[in-house]
Design a protein around this ligand. Structure first.
Ligand code: SAM
Length: 242
């Protein structure tokens, strides 16, 4: 295509995703701050507020990486509740554990799991989140179905993910940024241009707002609402298991 994107076969995608996150685990948070100019913190804050987690609830953060979301959920659920961090990558979970302990947060179980086949009983959680994770999952429909199954009836799923800028001027600036600036930053900061090129490409391949909404509905989620952030660069989709 016009970005020089080469289609990655499905079986290679899994290995590539694993490689990217193993190679970036230690620098992951620094890179997030640099690449998003710190704005990812605001996007996460929005999800935390919209999730509206209450004391005593059970919350699961899927593809939770270094634990930015679960940290807040652990506070919100209090001693009677439960907040679980899960991710497919052991290195990312290791960083998550380290960062939770640094902040004195204990009692967050860490579960290594593929979002496509979560190892939790049907109806285990009041709230499930996946932040900047669905994009990396090979079979997104399977992941949506698996997350829905883990929700209690009435429970909510929140998906925070890159999406499609709402206007073409923003879209142009954003393309320049992600295909020129991002790989350069990747080279300078992480000595890893390829991983950050992959990142930009995976963002473009990800379903836009309307498509993801439909996918969630097809996976059995109801009352799906879309919240655009930063002009649609990022969107939060929230749906319920009824
Ligand atoms: N949620 C964190 C955040 O917002 O900072 C981490 C996001 S990070 C961009 C994406 C995470 O998805 C990585 O930690 C990666 O290991 C994880 N991941 C990739 N494929 C996955 C899968 N199939 N199931 C579960 N996690 C996966």
């Amino acid at each position: 295509t016009h970005f020089g994107y080469e289609q990655v076969p499905v079986h290679e995608k899994r290995a590539r995703v694993a490689g990217v996150f193993t190679s970036v685990a230690r620098r992951y948070d620094l890179m997030n701050d640099l690449m998003s100019l710190g704005i990812h913190r605001l996007w996460k804050r929005f999800v935390i507020d919209l999730a509206g987690v209450r004391p005593g609830e059970r919350v699961l953060d899927v593809a939770g990486g270094t634990g930015d979301l679960v940290r807040e959920f652990a506070r919100a659920v209090g001693p009677q509740g439960l907040a679980v961090l899960s991710d497919i990558n052991a290195m990312m979970l290791g960083e998550g554990r380290r960062r939770l302990l640094d902040r004195g947060i204990v009692g967050v179980p860490l579960v290594q799991a593929d979002a496509e086949k979560l190892p939790f009983a049907e109806g285990s959680f009041d709230c499930i989140t996946i932040g900047f994770g669905l994009r990396n999952v090979t079979d997104k429909d399977a992941a949506l179905r698996s997350m829905r199954a883990c929700l209690k009836p009435g429970g909510r799923l929140l998906v925070l993910e890159f999406s499609k800028p709402l206007n073409s001027a923003l879209s142009k600036v954003y393309d320049e940024y992600s295909f020129k600036v991002l790989p350069l930053m990747g080279r300078l900061v992480a000595n890893d241009e390829a991983s950050y090129r992959y990142l930009a490409e995976s963002i473009r391949m990800h379903p836009d707002q309307a498509t993801l909404k439909r996918m969630m509905e097809e996976a059995g989620l109801a009352r799906v609402q879309v919240y655009n952030l930063t002009g649609g660069i990022v969107a939060v989709h929230r749906g319920f298991r009824l």
